[in-house]
Design a binder for this molecule. Structure first.
Ligand code: PMP
Length: 426
């Protein structure tokens, strides 16, 4: 039972190990966009942005288990699944210039490698990242993360090569008007040009193209293209962390950077790629990838293994054959429409951020002051769980209900979520 599991974990695991809710449900199995607990109760899953093609997809399960039964080894051998997967990722590339793939096992590793590539390629050290971003738990990816996990200790131990710019949040940030995109970009340019700032020895700028960890915030139109210009004018590379928002989740575009109208120099991807099987990648330009040779060869024991490649291929096949990006677009629009309806009736909804199957319902105590409804958001999530929906708070203020379900989310499940939210807000 859940209480016993919590005690067992506590005895042998670190207290910092995160969990959903004070008492998470004990999940036994998943099916499409549903999770089913040990008592047989099912929940609409609004949090699992990894299981993009849905839980326990038969085609995926079969492909992975067949390959596992046959062979799993490493990329120093030849097997066609490796080139097959890299070719398929390059086919999905947002621009012909991004034509080279490096395979790893997670988002943190992809970000770590992207930062390393940028520093080796440019021969420079500084990296600019956005406040309220999260890019991973390894030393380098953690160093460029300042999200809710930030605290005075973490800030003090951040290495000198990391420089933090303001998050371009036009709902509650410093710039909120029509000129927000230009104003935030100008702030970043000023940071670059500060004599003690990152502009001289600039290696890279890293951000999510749509700001997932800030609560699903879509940067004001034109912000990212201006920032990329400022970075490139000073010889830096632009890294788009697509671990959360890429791979069809936004519905209208496969990549968040394409949605924002920019072409990065390096893209990181993970989560969705393996539908739960550990798999991540860096997609970049040939000349940037070749810089790695200056430091030696690249090898990851399990990165690009036959099983992970087969998993990655099955995910891309299912996304294509079941039109999941189109589903994210259609169900995402339906959801946005219904949430707008809800916002018209419930003043607690300050703003609905995002698009496709990546949306954030920002809850406030007062629409004018925009005071975050933090404790209320936690209580709402607890109540939603009782009613059969798994949804969690996000953002630095933990007042955004983040919607990031499997991309096979049905219209019925979307309606179930909105109806329960309506009930709880009432
Ligand atoms: N980048 C982003 C944008 C993420 O959201 C995450 C995970 N939440 C990561 C990187 C790290 O990925 P992983 O947990 O697979 O290491």
């Amino acid at each position: 039972d859940p209480a016993t599991e919590l005690t067992r974990r506590g005895a042998v695991m670190a207290a910092a190990q995160e969990k959903y809710y004070e008492r998470p449900p004990q999940i036994e199995r998943g099916w499409r966009d549903l999770l089913i607990d040990t008592r047989g109760r099912s929940y609409v899953d609004m949090v699992n942005n990894v299981a993009v093609i849905g839980h326990s997809h038969p085609r995926f399960t079969r492909a992975v288990s067949d390959q596992l039964a046959l062979l799993n080894t490493n990329s120093r051998f030849l097997y066609s699944a490796l080139a097959d997967l890299c070719e398929r990722i390059v086919e999905k590339s947002p621009d012909p210039s991004l034509d080279t793939v490096l395979l790893v096992n997670s988002g943190s590793e992809a970000v770590d490698l992207a930062l390393r590539l940028a520093r080796i390629h440019t021969g420079r050290g500084n990296v600019v990242a956005l406040r309220e971003g999260y890019h991973g738990w390894t030393m380098a990816s953690d160093a460029v993360s300042t999200s809710a996990f930030d605290n005075p200790y973490a800030a003090a131990s951040r290495p000198g090569w990391v420089h933090i710019a303001d998050v371009p949040n036009a709902y509650r940030g410093t710039h909120r008007g029509a000129g927000a995109a230009a104003e935030y970009a100008a702030d970043l340019a000023r940071l670059l040009d500060d004599p003690s700032g990152p502009g001289v020895d600039l290696a890279a700028f890293i951000s999510e193209p749509v700001l997932g960890n800030a609560g699903g915030i879509v940067p004001p139109a034109g912000y990212l293209s201006r920032v990329y210009e400022h970075i490139r004018a000073r010889g830096g590379l632009c890294i788009a962390d697509e671990v959360q928002v890429g791979y069809g989740r936004l519905g209208s575009h496969f990549w968040g950077s394409a949605q924002q109208g920019v072409v990065p120099d390096i893209i990181t991807v993970a989560k969705a790629m393996g539908n739960g099987y550990p798999l991540g990648a860096v997609l970049t330009r040939r000349d940037i990838a070749e810089s790695l040779a200056r430091e030696g060869n690249f090898f990851s024991s399990a990165g690009g293994s036959p099983v992970s490649c087969v998993a990655g291929l099955a995910v891309l096949d299912v996304i294509r054959d079941e039109a999941l990006q189109q589903n994210a677009d259609a169900v995402g629009r339906h959801l946005a429409g219904r949430l707008a309806e809800l916002a018209a009736r419930h003043p607690m909804i300050g703003k609905v951020h995002g698009m496709g199957l990546y949306q954030g319902v920002e809850l406030v105590r007062d629409r004018d002051t925009r005071e975050p409804a933090t404790s209320e958001t936690a209580a709402i999530c607890e109540r939603m769980l009782e009613l059969g929906v798994i949804v969690q708070p996000a953002s630095e203020r933990q007042n955004v209900l983040k919607i990031k379900p499997p991309l096979c989310l049905s219209r019925e499940s979307a309606d179930f979520f909105v109806d329960r939210l309506d009930e709880v807000l009432q």
